[in-house]
Write a protein that binds this ligand. Structure first.
Ligand code: SAM
Length: 243
């Protein structure tokens, strides 16, 4: 997507409504992460509005975050307890934080917000610098399976069809860069708004090699937050890396 700036994709307009439609799997995500945190401390890459990090911190685990968007962190700060979370502003592929963590995690396809293989490898290397010897790095992300079903590498999904608003998810996938150029297009009688985003999808096997480059190894891979087996039909994976 020409002129796309990742730092602007979660600006004030998106941040203000980010928590309006929760994904629905928050409870099981937090249970899973709590189990692997072993008491913490934990670090969330791209903490956003604290949808996951904040309730995890309320389980008694010290939770820090990294985030690029001031607007998303403003939403976090408005929530009860949100002002107590230490957030380092910067790119989680490279920014340094103080100390080491028993759990570092990145959920909801957010690893794919790093748009080159090089940046994704740098993320693993940065995580390795901040992981205790018994610590784990957990990634939850969709598999690219669905892109094999695309016609001409593109799709349009009707996300919402209401009396006064239609929202379309419009996307094109480039298998060479592995990037999905996507925009959420909201159409109302008063106008049209666009919410563009680019993500770089990878197969889990590519992630495993990135981990090896950073000196880490795959410890476990599940098809979901309930420890489901990861199979050919899995539409997402939860991968646990460690030393
Ligand atoms: C889909 S949201 C996920 C937020 C939160 N982790 C959650 O699960 O609700 C993606 C977040 O990643 C942040 N982000 C994207 N690229 C980033 C980067 N390179 N470094 C830090 N944050 C980044 C965005 O600003 C946004 O808050």
């Amino acid at each position: 997507m020409r002129n796309f700036d990742p730092a602007k994709s979660f600006g004030h307009r998106v941040a203000a409504h980010y928590d309006d439609a929760p994904r629905g799997d928050e409870a099981e995500t937090i249970d899973f992460l709590e189990r692997w945190a072993h008491g913490g401390p934990a670090l969330e890459l791209a903490i956003g509005t604290g949808r996951i990090g904040l309730p995890l911190s309320q389980r008694g685990i010290r939770l820090d975050g990294i985030e690029l968007s001031e607007a998303m962190v403003e939403q976090l700060r408005k929530k009860p307890g949100g002002d107590r979370i230490a957030v380092t502003m910067g790119d989680y592929a490279e920014v340094a934080v103080d100390g080491t963590y028993k759990l570092v995690f990145v959920v909801f396809n957010t690893f794919y917000n790093l748009l080159t293989q090089d940046n994704q490898v740098r993320c693993f290397e940065n995580v390795a610098k901040h992981l205790t010897r018994d610590g784990v790095f957990i990634i939850e992300a969709a598999t690219p399976n669905e892109f094999f079903l695309l016609r001409n590498g593109q799709y349009v999904d009707a996300e919402a069809v209401e009396v006064d608003r239609v929202t379309l998810d419009v996307a094109r996938f480039d298998p060479v860069t592995q990037c999905l150029d996507e925009s959420h297009v909201s159409i109302t009688e008063t106008g049209i708004t666009l919410a563009p985003i680019v993500t770089r999808y990878v197969w889990p096997s590519e992630l495993d090699l990135m981990a090896r480059i950073a000196g880490l190894r795959l410890h476990a891979r599940y098809g979901g937050w309930f420890d489901e087996p990861f199979t050919a039909d899995s539409r997402r994976h939860v991968s646990v890396y460690g030393w």
